[in-house]
Each structure stands twice: as C-alpha cells, then as structure tokens.
Write a protein that binds this ligand. Structure first.
Ligand code: SF4
Length: 421
C-alpha cells in the first residue's frame, strides 16, 4: 500500500487493481495540476465537471480520489482554512465526490454541503467516542456484528465515495485509528448466520457497500442465498447521492439485483442529508434501483448546520417520498470523536421534528426519530414539561441478551445532547 492512500480508499485496490496505477499517475501529475495558479485549477475543475457526466462510475470515483488528494489547493478557502484542511486530512482524509462538488457552495462557510465535506475548526476537539453504538460488543468475528436478534450486519468495505465529516464510523477511515473491520472470512460469517435461525435479515454496511465490485456483491448474495432463514438483505448506501452513476452506468449491478429478487427482498437504505442532493442524476439512480425491484427506504442523519431546519427536513422527506423512498429513520446526532460540533440538544430536535411532522401528511411523517444507543434504538417521542423536564422514549430495538422496559422516562436538561447509560 502506498503512503498517499488512506485507510478505506486503499481498500478499493482489492476491487480495482488498476486504481493504484491511476493513483500514482495522479500523484506524478499532481504538481502540474495542483501547484498551478488558482484560475487554472478552476478551469481544470470546470472541465472535469463538464465531462464527468460522460464518465462511468469507476472513472468518476478515480477522478474524485484525484481531486480530493489536494482539495485545499483548488478550494476557494482562506489560508487559515487551507492549513486546517491539510491538518485534518492527516487524521480523517477529505474525500469529495467529483459530481457532488458542483452542488456545494464552496464560498459560503455556512453552506450545508460544505459543512458536510469540509473539515471544521472544531474537529480538534477529541471528546466523544469512535464507537458510540457499542459495535465492539456486537462483533462476533471481524466484519460480522450481531446486535439485534433478527439482524446480522456485515461490514463489507471501509471505503466510501465521499467522506461525511460527522460519520459515526469515521474510525474506519481515520488514520489515527487504522482499524481493519471489513469481513475477511465470509465463510465463517455464513457459518455463524446459518447456525442462528433467529437471524432473518442481513444488513450490508461499511463504508458504502455499493462501492464494492458487482462480483463481490454477487458472491455475498450467493452465499446468503444458501441460508434458508434469510429472507431479506438490506444495503445502506449514500451512493445515490454521492455517486449516482453507480446505478446508471453498470447494467451488471442492476441485473444482479434483479436476479436475486426472487430469493430475497432487497432493501436499499438510502442515506440523504439535504434536498439539494436529489439531482436529476440521483433521481435517475433511484429509478434504476426501483426498476431492479429494490425497495427504497430513507435514513437521514440529523446534523447541526447540515439539515437541522424545518424547511430543509420537510423538503427532504417530501421529495424523497415523491421519488419512492419510504421514510424510515431520522437519527439524532451522536457524540462522535472529532465530530461533536454536529450535535445539538434533544429538546431542539424534538421541537424540530414536531414542526416537520405538522407540515407532512401521514405517509411522509411516519419516520421514527431515533437515538442509536449502545443498548439499542431509542425512539425519542416527546417531553413532559415542568421544573424537572422528562423525555418520553420507546425502545424500538434492544441489544440481544438485555431487557428494557418498552417505554422509558428520562430526566432531561434543556442542553442535553445525548443519553448515556
Ligand atoms: S457515506 Fe456513510 S459510511 Fe461513508 S463517510 Fe458518509 S456517513 Fe460514513
């Protein structure tokens, strides 16, 4: 592995051996491309943006890696920010999807998509945790987690098409953690799942599973198809937003998804953050997935500065629903190490959700507002006001082996952002 690769992206080498060669080419060219005046960089990016629509998804991904390597050189940022970006990249690499870069207002420090991709000054704060939902305690073997009785989770890659600065699994891509959590021995995982008839669905997660080579996904489907008690495969992905060409330029992927519909229900848990991400290309990606027979659900990470306004969230839920993405979860921000600046008080989140729901019809407002706790998924329902305010919660999922009351009241302060044990 070369020194200029980052954990996660480096994994793509397994799928696409030619990536390394291309990476070296880009590095050799970097002084020509990036050590040029700002105007030439802008022209270069303008041209890239013009032609990226004609790229297939692999070409687009390679271009994304290239532009991300020296992002601070072409972004219209202050010298202070440039310095911050180079430092932050040492810890958690910046990864900007080339098509998505065009959606960002790089000159506006408050732009939600800029906040999503650009390191903030607050990243130096290292309070919080790299494992906010206790994944360590659910891990059976490397890459296989079993937290909830009916669900097995396979971590199939540590790579993504873009890096969200708030990522709750940023440990998988962080240079100061460098953990290897991807499934190494699929057969051992399959053996475990086969011996646990209570597991009826498998969630492919990562990183972004959809970044894997189609043959790798097919191998996993094939192995799971041999287990009679598995009826559903769920795949969490932000690629419909970050790299929509994944679903429109690889007919083989769509054929594989279609082929396995007769064996499993395949659910794509689409991760969107902002209505601006629903571009025509992204909508075309959703349509391709629907044509391939997949059920689409939405998973939205609520983040301060990215989408914590009534207008943004309402529009996001409505537009996703309009394009056939069923509202499922809205996740309260977690205390992720180096990303706690995305958090805000639970009371504010509840007020926000309440107002959003008032603006939506019954079909759109059925999402659950969830705090993913180490013990399970805690639905945040409301507060009982008073001198000592109380939060009303409901356990939607509980870690196997522990007992919880279905409903629970928790003492709450107006500034409380998270509930620990
Ligand atoms: S796409 Fe998902 S896994 Fe990848 S960085 Fe963003 S939140 Fe993390």
């Amino acid at each position: 592995m070369t020194s200029h690769t980052c954990n996660g992206i480096a994994e793509l080498w397994d799928d696409f051996p030619d990536f390394e060669e291309l990476f070296l080419v880009s590095d050799a060219n970097s002084s020509r491309i990036y050590a040029t005046p700002y105007l030439i960089n802008c022209i270069y990016l303008f041209v890239i943006n013009l032609i990226f629509k004609a790229m297939n998804w692999k070409e687009e991904l390679i271009e994304s890696i290239k532009i991300s390597q020296h992002a601070e050189e072409w972004l219209p940022v202050s010298a202070l920010e440039r310095d911050r970006i180079s430092k932050a990249k040492q810890q958690f690499p910046m990864m900007v999807p080339v098509g998505y870069a065009d959606l960002v207002d790089w000159e506006n420090p408050d732009d939600p998509l800029r906040q999503l991709l650009l390191p903030s000054e607050w990243e130096v704060d290292d309070s919080g945790s790299f494992d906010t939902s206790g994944e360590e305690f659910s891990t059976i073997i490397q890459g296989l987690q079993h937290k909830y009785e009916q669900t097995a989770v396979l971590i199939v890659t540590q790579a993504c098409a873009g890096h969200c600065r708030y990522c709750f699994r940023r440990r998988l891509m962080s240079r100061d953690v460098l953990v290897k959590e991807t499934i190494e021995d699929l057969q051992d995982a399959i053996a475990y799942i086969s011996m646990h008839p209570e597991i009826d669905n498998v969630l492919l997660s990562g990183g972004d599973p959809m970044i894997c080579h189609t043959n790798r996904l097919k191998n996993i489907f094939n192995a799971l198809a041999a287990i009679p008690h598995i009826w559903q495969i769920r795949i969490s992905s932000k690629l419909p937003a970050f790299l929509p060409s994944r679903f429109t330029s690889d007919p083989n992927l769509l054929e594989v998804l279609q082929e396995y519909q007769s064996r499993f229900q395949i659910v794509i848990q689409c991760h969107y953050d902002h209505p601006r991400e629903l571009t025509p290309a992204s909508i075309a990606a959703l349509e391709s997935l629907q044509k391939a027979g997949c059920l689409l659900t939405s998973q939205i990470a609520l983040m301060k500065g990215v989408n914590n306004t009534v207008d943004t969230l309402t529009e996001l839920f409505k537009r996703l629903h309009r394009y056939g993405v069923i509202p499922q979860y809205l996740f309260h921000p977690r205390p992720v190490k180096h990303a706690t600046h995305f958090q805000f008080p639970i009371v504010e989140g509840l007020e926000l959700v309440e107002t959003v729901r008032k603006r939506c019809n019954g079909s759109v407002k059925r999402f659950r507002y969830i705090l993913t706790h180490a013990d399970g998924k805690l639905e945040l329902l409301g507060v009982i006001p008073g001198e000592s305010m109380q939060l009303i919660t409901k356990w939607q999922q509980v870690r196997k082996g522990i007992e919880k009351p279905e409903l629970m009241l928790v003492n709450l302060h107006k500034n409380t952002c998270w509930i620990d044990n």
